[in-house]
Design a protein around this ligand. Structure first.
Ligand SMILES: [Zn+2]
Length: 517
C-alpha cells in the first residue's frame, strides 16, 4: 500500500518528496486556550490539569494553557498548570501590552505568545491603530517580552487578510526584536491551501526565526491549510483535540498528525496510538460528541458495513482503508459487520482479539453458525460471536469475568425507579444500587457501577421479536471503554429490564475479554 502511494506521488510530483521527509514538525496544542473559547465549553480546573497531563503524555511539544491577563481564575489556572512540572513547554497568551506579558511571566510560563491585529479591518475596528503604529508597538513589546522570557511567539492576528507587504514588515520587526517563532494565524479561516503555501514561503524568506501556523475551520479547510503551511516550510503547527475552538474550531490534532506521519512521513513526537483515547477524554469534558464520521477518531473511521467493503477488508485491510493508517496506529479498533457475507479471515481476527483461538475445523463451524443466525435476519453482535465460539470450542463460558447473581428492580408511577444488583466480578462479590429515569436506566447504571474503569452506555435499542404483551424483547447495546473503543452485545428475555441487564453483562464481558478492563 505504501509503495503504491509512493508511485502515485512520483507520477504527480516527480521523484522528489513533497516535503523534506527528514523534517520534524513540533505540535503546539491550544485546546486549553482557543479550544476553551468554543461556545458553550468551560473546563473545570481539574479537567484542565487532566487535559494538560494527557497532552504531555501523548507527546505534545507546547501547551497553550490560557490567557492569564483575562481573569484571576484564568491566571490561577495557568499558574497551576505550570506548577505541575510536566514535560511540554507551557505557553501563555498576551495582548501587546506589558501588563499582559507580566501576568504570563508571573504565572510561570515557559513561552509568551504575543499577538496584535495586523489586517486593515482588524486594525481600524479593534485597536484603531495605523500600520506604522502597529510596527512600533510590535518592536517594543517583543523586545520587552524577550527581556523577560527566552521563548517568545509573535502572532500578526488575521495574517491571511493582512496586506502582504505590511505582513512582511511586521514579521521582520518581530524577528529583529527577538521573537523566537512567528505564528501566522488564519484567524477567520478564509485561506485556501494554494494560498497558504506561498504565504508561508514568503514569510520564511524574510525572517530568521521558526514559523508556526494557526488555522481556523470556517470553510472546513483548517487541516488542509495547516498541511499546506507545512509544505511551505512551517516548523510548528497549532492544533486542538477534536478541532474544538472559536466558531467552527481549529485544525484537529489527530487528522493533522496522521496526515504528516502517514502520508508525508514527517516525524512528530506524538504517540499516535493514544489519539482516540485523547479525543474521547476531551469530548467528555467539553460535552461535544465526536461525530461517527469524524476522520481518524470517529466511531466509523475503521468500520465496514457494506458487503463489498467488508469482503475486501477481510482479504486485505488495505483494500478499503488507507492502509498507511491502521486502527492500531491511532488506538482504534476495526469493526466488521457480522452478516451473512462474513468471511473466515474476519471472524478469526475478531476471535483472536478476544483471545479465542479456534482450530480450523472449529472456525468453519463458527462461521457457518454466524451466517445461519444472520441469515435469519438477526444482528450478530460481538458478544453473540463469542457465545457461539465458546459453545463450539468449549472454552470461555466458565470463566466469565462478570456473572450476574441477582437483580431487583423497584418501580411504580409514584416511586423513583431503583435497581440493585449483586454480581461476581473477577471472583469478587460486588453490589450496587442506583436510581434512574425508569427501571432500564436504573439497571444499566447499577451494572455500570460494578464495572471498574469508565465504561459508558453508547446506544440502546430494543425490539419485540414476537407480538403480544408476552413478546420476547431483544435488546442490543453498545458500550464505550475509557480508550474510546466501542463494543456491542445483545440479550433477549420476555422481561425487557432483564433483557437489558443481561445485554449489559454481556457487553461488560466483551470489554473484559478484549483486555480493556
Ligand atoms: Zn484561534
Amino acid at each position: 500500500m505504501e509503495k503504491s502511494l509512493r508511485k502515485w506521488q512520483i507520477a504527480f510530483f516527480g521523484d522528489k518528496s513533497i516535503v523534506d521527509s527528514e523534517k520534524a514538525v513540533t505540535i503546539f496544542d491550544t485546546t486549553l486556550r482557543d479550544g476553551e473559547q468554543t461556545p458553550g465549553v468551560s473546563f473545570t480546573l481539574e479537567q484542565k490539569i487532566k487535559i494538560a497531563h494527557q497532552l504531555s503524555d501523548i507527546g505534545v511539544d507546547v501547551i497553550e494553557a490560557g490567557f492569564p491577563a483575562s481573569s484571576d481564575v484564568e491566571f490561577e489556572t495557568v499558574k497551576k498548570i505550570c506548577e505541575e512540572g510536566i514535560r511540554p513547554k507551557i505557553c501563555g497568551l498576551a495582548r501587546s501590552v506589558k501588563s499582559d506579558v507580566d501576568r504570563c511571566i508571573e504565572a510561570g510560563v515557559d513561552m509568551v505568545h504575543v499577538f496584535i491585529p495586523t489586517s486593515e479591518i482588524q486594525r481600524t475596528h479593534t485597536i484603531k491603530k495605523s500600520h506604522a503604529e502597529v510596527l512600533e508597538i510590535t518592536r517594543e513589546i517583543i523586545s520587552y517580552t524577550r527581556s523577560k522570557c527566552s521563548l517568545v511567539m509573535f502572532s500578526p492576528m488575521d495574517a491571511t487578510r493582512t496586506d502582504p507587504k505590511e505582513l512582511i514588515e511586521v514579521c521582520r520587526v518581530a524577528d529583529e526584536a527577538g521573537a523566537t517563532i512567528i505564528n501566522l494565524p488564519d484567524t477567520v479561516g478564509i485561506c485556501t491551501p494554494s494560498m497558504m503555501k506561498p504565504l508561508v514561503e514568503m514569510v520564511r524568506k524574510n525572517v530568521k526565526c521558526r514559523i508556526d501556523v494557526h488555522c481556523h475551520n470556517d470553510f472546513g479547510l483548517a487541516v488542509a491549510n495547516t498541511i499546506a503551511a507545512v509544505e511551505g516550510g512551517a516548523d510548528q503547527v497549532q492544533v486542538t483535540i477534536n478541532g474544538i475552538g472559536e466558531r467552527a474550531g481549529n485544525a484537529d490534532i489527530a487528522q493533522t498528525v496522521m496526515i504528516m506521519e502517514s502520508i508525508y512521513k514527517i516525524k512528530t513526537n506524538i504517540i499516535t496510538e493514544r489519539l482516540v483515547e485523547t479525543s474521547r477524554l476531551v469530548s467528555r469534558f467539553a460535552q461535544i460528541p465526536v461525530l461517527p464520521i469524524q476522520p481518524v477518531v470517529g466511531e466509523n473511521a475503521f468500520s465496514h458495513e457494506s458487503g463489498i467493503h467488508s469482503h475486501g477488508v477481510m482479504a486485505n485491510p488495505g483494500t478499503f482503508e488507507p492502509g498507511i493508517m491502521t486502527p492500531e496506529m491511532v488506538g482504534h479498533r476495526r469493526r466488521l459487520k457480522l452478516g451473512k457475507h462474513v468471511g473466515k479471515h474476519a471472524v478469526k481476527q475478531m476471535l483472536m482479539d478476544a483471545n479465542i483461538n479456534p482450530k480450523d475445523s472449529e472456525l468453519d463451524i463458527i462461521v457457518a453458525k454466524v451466517k445461519e443466525v444472520s441469515g435469519r435476519g438477526k444482528k450478530v453482535t460481538e458478544s453473540d460471536l463469542y457465545e457461539i465460539a465458546d459453545s463450539i470450542t468449549g472454552t470461555g463460558s466458565q470463566e466469565k469475568a462478570v456473572v450476574l447473581d441477582d437483580i431487583s428492580i423497584f418501580t411504580g408511577n409514584h416511586a423513583i425507579p431503583t435497581a440493585s444488583v449483586r454480581a461476581i466480578v473477577n471472583g469478587r462479590n460486588l453490589i450496587c444500587s442506583k436510581t434512574g429515569d425508569g427501571p432500564v436506566d436504573a439497571a444499566m447504571k447499577a451494572l455500570l457501577g460494578i464495572a471498574p474503569g469508565n465504561v459508558l452506555l453508547k446506544s440502546y435499542q430494543v425490539e419485540a421479536i414476537s407480538g403480544g404483551s408476552d413478546a420476547l424483547g431483544c435488546v442490543t447495546i453498545e458500550v464505550e471503554d475509557d480508550r474510546g473503543r466501542i463494543f456491542d452485545a445483545s440479550a433477549s428475555n420476555s422481561d425487557i429490564v432483564i433483557a437489558s441487564a443481561e445485554a449489559m453483562v454481556n457487553a461488560l464481558n466483551v470489554v473484559y475479554r478484549t483486555g480493556s478492563l
